[in-house]
Write a protein that binds this ligand. Structure first.
Ligand SMILES: [Zn+2]
Length: 65
């Protein structure tokens, strides 16, 4: 499975729906991208489950684990 997957996430700041393309090779990584609407930095977490499905979760920059 090496195709880019399109996922829809919602900005943690303004709630805008954002389409992101995730690369299966990015699983387990995270990156930061500014929201196109409110320009705040969103942290994207790319994860893969046991079935091999990619998922993306977002959180705001100040949130901690
Ligand atoms: Zn936003």
């Amino acid at each position: 499975m090496e195709f880019l997957t399109e996922e829809v996430v919602y900005c943690p700041y303004c709630g805008e729906a954002i389409e992101v393309l995730v690369d299966p090779q990015e699983a387990g990584q995270q990156y930061i991208e500014d929201c196109q609407v409110c320009c705040k930095p969103i942290t994207f977490d790319v994860a893969v489950d046991s079935m091999g499905n990619l998922s993306v979760s977002v959180r705001d920059e100040n949130e901690t684990y």
